[in-house]
Design a protein around this ligand. Structure first.
Ligand code: ATP
Ligand code: MG
Length: 634
């Protein structure tokens, strides 16, 4: 079969070949990025089917994303002897999709998708209700992070009563966890994490059923094994107990989902649960030229906790990766777009390019340039517009009220952010009807019975009136300082929030605001961008030839001709929270950040550009510490 593949140009080196044809017993493929792991997994699948080593229905092929699964099937079809029908019979997809189907099969009602909490806000509603019952202040408690923590506990199979909180915040969150679970149970809801936990429970409760599945599945092929979490691992261990035919493929240097419970030790200690496992190491990189591979090697070699492996490139280009130093985020975006435009004029295709970033907010300027250009681009479906972020939306509400004195949504938004009761809204409405004046005017006259409130409302009216005379930048500062929005940012955006702090968002907003002279233009621009965000996501679903705008996390496993990495400065990559942990004696998050940069640079097949802006969020920035030790010629 391999000779047949060779005939159509699909070749394998010696180690790869071993991994393709040794189909009996547990096998671990541990290798760096671009070494052909995913390709081997695909070939192994085709080989087993074609050489009658397994029926398609007895194969479970697990990928990290749905997209990766369909990509693998697309590749499979080009292999000799494969046809749609056979490929269709393979059980393939993400852990969630595979195990959800099993659950549905056994209990349709309970697991009907109408009971699934699909959206974050649905889950947030439940924890918020639980929070109210516990007397937590909605404005001050970071529910989104609590949900993240709850997910982490669930994926590591820690039940509510087993939590050992190590901070007051965790203590509160564990109480929320308990109530969240019982509320779901009571109302018949479930979330994504419950699919895996539910399946584990199903098999634990019904040994006979488990036996049936153990008999059915003879081979397990799992890509991106470094990001497997406990419940996923336990499921695989359970189901493979009979045959032990688990082929695990991964790279511990690309483990980047610790915050969701991923644990690379399942990869590194594979032999513990699968004794006698064959281990294949691949050290040839087939994706990138020598110069990029060297850069990746240097970056990752500084990590302490890793399984050492040096990658060797197959070819050189004598073109070094490029470090470039724009003034700030704005110039960063301009430089990248200019480069892409020039290269497309010279014959490159949009899908050759990927722009990768650490957190969504870092892509604001690039998004705006792309939106203003005629270039096709696509991005994640769950990437919200920068201008719809919580703190930004809150800030823009003041501008909106200034531009439209009767903007009721804006007032509703503003009241809680100045620690004013929502009930004042009704007073304002009554006042505006009574005096036949605008809502804004009503702010200045309304009687609430509390002098301090009335003063605050009058001040709000005065300040909002003055905003239209200011530049957007000055207006932001005015709302922050004169109205005390700062206090709100501090309260709401701090506790436990390690990703994008509210205060950081406002600093980003200031950078964006510098491009505009008055708040009317700025708000119009924001609305335009919010609309564009929706449009791009809509169109992007069927766009094949498009520039990719993606977080580094979502780019794992993929490859692009040219890769631009945004914001390689301390505070962004590595992220601030990881630097904080490092200073507090925990080096783990910093190592994960370094793996992120490693993942980003190893996506490039031809060209790699790393951007190191001098200024970020309006402040002087230092080049990322991860760039230390790189070739001085870059
Ligand atoms: P990652 O860790 O990023 O997921 P990977 O190890 O899964 O990478 P693949 O995506 O399978 O690597 O392969 C990387 C690239 O190298 C692909 O374009 C693949 O087609 C090519 N490739 C792999 N092995 C060979 C080979 N023996 N000869 C030629 N090209 C190869
Ligand atoms: Mg891969």
């Amino acid at each position: 079969y391999l000779r047949k593949l060779e005939a159509i140009g699909i070749r394998f080196d010696g180690n790869q070949e071993k991994a393709v044809v040794n189909t009996d017993g547990p096998l671990l493929i541990l290798a760096g990025a671009g070494s052909g792991k995913t390709r081997v997994l695909t070939a192994r699948t085709a080989y087993m089917l074609q050489e009658q080593k397994a029926n398609p229905q007895s194969l479970m092929l697990v990928t990290f994303t749905a997209k990766a699964a369909s990509e693998m099937k697309r590749r499979l079809i080009s292999y000799p002897g494969m046809d749609q029908e056979r490929i269709h019979q393979i059980v393939s997809g993400t852990f969630h999709s595979i195990f959800y189907k099993i659950l549905l099969y056994h209990s349709k009602e309970k697991w009907s998708s109408s009971n699934l909490l699909k959206k974050e806000w649905q889950k947030e509603q439940i924890v918020k209700e639980a929070g109210r019952a516990l007397g937590l202040d909605e404005k001050e408690f970071a529910y989104d992070l609590a949900l993240q923590q709850i997910g982490l506990w669930k994926n590591t199979m820690v039940l509510p009563r087993q939590v050992k909180p190590d901070s007051p915040w965790e203590e509160k969150t564990s109480l929320l966890y308990e109530r969240y679970e019982s509320s779901k149970e009571k109302n018949g809801y479930f979330d994504f994490d419950d699919m895996l936990i539910g399946c584990h429970r199903l098999f634990s409760d019904r040994p006979q059923l488990l036996e049936q599945y153990q008999a059915r599945f003879e081979h397990f092929l799992i890509d991106e094994f470094q990001d497997i979490n406990k419940v996923q691992y336990e499921l695989i261990k359970m189901l493979s107990a009979r045959t032990k035919n688990v082929c695990a493929v991964g790279d511990d240097d690309q483990s980047i989902y610790a915050f969701r419970g991923s644990d690379p030790s399942y990869l590194l200690e594979f032999e513990k649960d699968f004794p006698g496992a064959e281990i294949v190491l691949l050290n040839q990189n087939y994706r990138s030229p020598h110069e990029i591979v060297e850069t990746a090697n240097t970056i990752i070699s500084a990590n302490q906790q890793r399984h050492k492996k040096e990658m060797k490139a197959q070819y050189a280009r004598e073109v070094q990766p490029v470090l470039f130093y724009p003034y700030d985020e704005e110039e960063e975006a301009t430089m990248i777009l200019t480069d892409i435009q020039e290269r497309i004029e010279m014959g490159a295709s949009p899908e050759d390019f990927a722009i990768l970033f650490r957190t969504n907010t870092a892509s604001r300027a690039v998004f705006e340039r792309l939106a203003a250009s005629s270039l096709p681009f696509r991005m994640d479906q769950n990437m919200e517009s920068f201008y719809e972020r919580f703190m930004i939306k809150g800030m823009l509400a003041f501008f909106r009220l200034s531009l439209n004195e009767d903007h009721t949504d804006a007032i509703r938004n503003i009241l809680p952010s100045l620690f004013l009761k929502q009930s004042i809204f009704r007073d304002l409405q009554a006042e505006s009807i009574l005096k036949d004046c605008s809502m804004l005017e009503a702010l200045a006259h309304v009687r609430t019975g509390f002098a301090f409130q009335e003063q605050k409302l009058k001040k709000l009216a005065d300040v909002v009136r003055s905003l239209s005379r200011l530049s957007p930048l000055a207006a932001i500062e005015c709302v922050e300082k004169d109205l005390g929005y700062q206090d709100f940012i501090k309260k709401r955006g701090s506790e436990g929030n390690k990703w994008d702090k509210g205060s950081d968002d406002i600093r980003d907003l200031k950078v964006a605001a510098k491009n505009f002279e008055n708040i009317a233009d700025f708000v119009e621009h924001a609305d335009h961008m919010i609309g564009m965000n929706r449009e791009v996501k809509q169109a992007g679903k069927n766009l094949v030839k498009a520039i990719t705008l993606s977080t580094i996390h979502r780019s794992k496993g993929l490859e692009y001709n040219t890769v631009y990495v945004l914001g390689a400065v301390d505070g962004s990559l590595p992220h601030d929270f990881a630097l904080d942990s490092y200073r507090n004696g925990d080096p783990q998050p910093l190592e994960e950040e370094r793996r992120l940069l490693y993942v980003a640079v190893t996506r490039a097949m031809e060209k790699l550009y790393i951007s190191v802006p001098h200024y970020r969020r309006g402040r002087k920035a230092n080049p990322s510490r991860f760039l230390n030790g790189l070739n001085k010629n870059l």
